[in-house]
Design a protein around this ligand. Structure first.
Ligand code: GLY
Length: 385
């Protein structure tokens, strides 16, 4: 990444961007009552998902929570009601809880309701989700299986870097109930992720197979990256943010070091405008960018900065990178000047190898963009803490 003067993201810009986000979300409200925007747009328009089955349904709820906190406008609570109801139902449906993504799903829907509104039903559903996630823990291997049925040979013992963002569900459940097994499973998983998903050169595997009978490591594989040995940009961003969160929840300083190492690698692979390509093996050329990875990275840097001492030698560089990436997203990647678009951020990628959602809006990219702005204004975001 070439040295450039740092563009400053100031309060005025953040407020203007949050106004833009609010206008976009307000325009979506009539369309998504108890239904959800699909994970990625098609021609920049989000198809509607009537069923609450994907890993992404809570991101719209998360955006509503952020807007309610930011504005205090009760219309966001009204909009959240049917969404929450759908999450209450989902946690009771066997097929819809066979995934580690319960963290994304319940940390952004029921947890804020329990935390900010003292909602008992939301709290109970949140804890049920934590139980479903805990059931995916293999004690011998010390990991949570990411996808699918626990006996499916294609998925058995497979952990993925994204799961670091699902661990807050367990850490939070431990704090709410006093039950240590939630915390120890999350901590063990984070330690295995640190050991096996992070490579010696500070890149990450997207997924890694463990032998759940012997506990031995097997091999790494990509699912959404360019190759098994490349570094999928969004995975690396999940790692920066996820290890910083595991530090917050456990106090294990090695997670902070890992988060910094992954971030250093990420920043060294950025193109001129600071917004990464979809895989960090690309640093220039015509490959698609992934603005959603850039937005996640901004949130990860902001969480990391909450914990790094003022004297940390890289602190100034991380702050400069944050300003640079966020200013670039705000200036060149939003849909502000696009005539017809549902999302907030242009140029995201869901899965390039599968040809899904390439150069489109991603609903999680929109969420993390808003979360980054919210963090810049209020200092933190309680949903993961
Ligand atoms: N967690 C799935 C993804 O980032 O695409």
């Amino acid at each position: 990444m070439k040295e450039q003067p740092t563009p400053c993201v100031d309060r005025e810009l953040v407020l203007a961007q949050l106004d833009f986000c609010r206008e976009k979300v307000d325009a979506l409200l009539p369309r998504f009552g108890s239904s959800f925007p699909a994970p990625s747009s098609e021609g920049l328009i989000y198809p509607t998902q009537e069923e609450n089955f994907d890993w992404t349904t809570s991101f719209f709820s998360g955006m509503l929570w952020l807007l309610w906190e930011h504005t205090g406008d009760g219309k966001y609570l009204d909009a959240l009601e049917p969404q929450l109801h759908s999450f209450y139902e989902r946690v009771e449906k066997p097929g819809n809880v066979d995934t580690h993504d319960l963290g994304f799903l319940y940390s952004l829907s029921c947890y804020p309701a329990a935390l900010l509104r003292q909602d008992r039903r939301a709290r109970d559903c949140f804890l049920k989700a934590a139980d479903h996630l805990l059931a995916r823990y293999f004690p011998k291997a010390g990991i949570l299986q990411a996808w699918g049925d626990l006996n499916d040979p294609a998925n058995r013992g497979r952990m993925i870097i994204d799961c670091l963002m699902n661990l807050p569900l367990l850490y939070q459940a431990a704090r709410l109930t006093g039950r240590e097994e939630y915390r120890s499973a999350a901590y063990s998983h984070a330690k295995r992720a640190q050991r096996y998903l992070v490579r010696p050169d500070d890149t990450t595997f997207h997924t890694f197979y463990m032998d759940v009978d012997t506990g031995e490591p097997r091999f790494g594989r990509t699912a959404q990256g360019y190759s098994d040995s490349s570094c999928w940009a969004r995975g690396q961003a999940w790692g920066v943010y996820g290890f910083a969160l595991s530090f917050h929840h456990t106090g294990d300083r090695s997670f902070l070091d890992t988060s910094c190492r992954l971030l250093d690698y990420f920043l060294a692979r950025l193109p001129e405008d600071g917004v990464c390509y979809w895989d960090l093996c690309f640093t220039d050329g015509d490959e698609p960018r992934d603005s959603s990875a850039a937005a996640i990275l901004c949130c990860g840097i902001l969480e990391l900065l909450r914990h790094l001492p003022l004297t940390h030698p890289r602190r100034g560089d991380y702050e400069a990178a944050l300003h640079r990436i966020l200013a670039s997203l705000a200036r060149d990647y939003t849909t502000r000047d696009t005539l017809r678009a549902d999302g907030l951020l242009l140029h995201g990628v869901y899965s390039k190898p599968d040809g899904i959602g390439v150069d489109e809006c991603m609903i999680w990219g929109d969420y993390y963009y808003m979360e980054a702005l919210f963090r810049l204004l209020y200092g933190t975001c309680a949903y993961w803490l």
